[in-house]
Design a protein around this ligand. Structure first.
Ligand SMILES: Nc1ccn([C@@H]2O[C@H](COP(=O)(O)OP(=O)(O)OP(=O)(O)O)[C@@H](O)[C@H]2O)c(=O)n1
Ligand SMILES: C[C@](O)(CO)[C@H](O)COP(=O)(O)O
Length: 231
């Protein structure tokens, strides 16, 4: 089974939104619903698990999303903790040894079906798992505290990590437990696996799989979705 985990317990403080950004409407629909639709529609995804803020009651009476089971759990202080809480909740419900966890930011509404399909095909055939990512196309500078260039990096081996990130659920849970015990700074699931010496597979995905982070990103995401015919 593949469970889609959507960490959605953040406040979106960088976005300037009065609402938690994952619920800010895009073309009239809450942002989170775009990713939920794509994930729930994929035949290989068996259910959705949302990690939510303590005061988030939006999903209390919703048990399915597009005919897939929808579960919720209480998220944590950091994204890492929210993903681990979702894995703990799935484990309590009985994680099988061959279950997979596909973690996708609720703040990435523009996920393409074809990228999701390619990730599932590639990552489940890889001994570690993998993640959608984009090759670095710009020249990359390293700067000092005053934003003065200190050097230029070779961009050839550099990629930008996106989500979804797809790993065996039990392995990912152990990796995140380990990171939490060491209070390691974990900003994505792959880095938790990397800390154990594992090398996840990078699966190239579309650059328009943006994470809505700053105020200007809302209009950018709406333009991407509108160009695909969302209304
Ligand atoms: N404690 C947290 C923090 C973040 N997230 C989720 O992780 C995703 C990516 O994180 P980010 O873009 O950083 O969201 P926020 O933490 O809400 O944004 P900010 O850092 O601007 O407050 C978002 O869907 C967010 O809801 C979460 O589930 N639990
Ligand atoms: C997981 C992620 O989207 C991969 O790029 C990113 O690390 C999330 O970072 P954030 O600071 O929690 O938005």
């Amino acid at each position: 089974m593949i469970w889609a985990i959507l960490p959605a317990a953040g406040t979106g403080s960088r976005s300037g939104s009065a609402l938690p950004k994952q619920y800010r409407p895009l073309l009239g629909r809450p942002m989170i619903e775009y990713a939920m639709d794509v994930l729930a529609a994929h035949p290989d995804i068996d259910g959705l698990m949302l990690a939510l803020a303590p005061d988030d009651r939006r999903w209390d009476d919703i048990t399915h999303w597009r005919n897939k089971p929808l579960r919720t759990c209480l998220g944590g202080a950091e994204r890492r903790d929210s993903v681990l809480a979702a894995l703990d909740a799935l484990a309590e419900a009985g994680l099988a040894s061959d279950d997979w966890a596909l973690v996708h930011d609720a703040a990435r509404p523009c996920l393409r079906v074809e990228d999701l399909h390619r990730l599932i095909e590639s990552a489940t055939a890889h001994p570690v798992g993998g993640l959608l990512a984009g090759r670095m196309k710009d020249t990359v500078k390293r700067a000092d505290a005053d934003a003065q260039v200190q050097g230029t990096l070779d961009r050839t081996p550099l990629w930008r990590a996106f989500t979804p990130q797809l790993f065996p659920a039990r392995s990912l849970r152990r990796a995140l437990q380990h990171a939490a015990q060491e209070n390691a700074v974990i900003t994505d699931e792959s880095s938790a696996m990397e800390r154990l010496g594992l090398s996840p597979l990078l699966v190239e995905g579309a650059d328009d799989n943006i994470k809505v982070t700053l105020p200007d990103d809302f209009a950018f995401a709406e333009a991407i979705l509108a160009a695909r015919g969302a209304r």
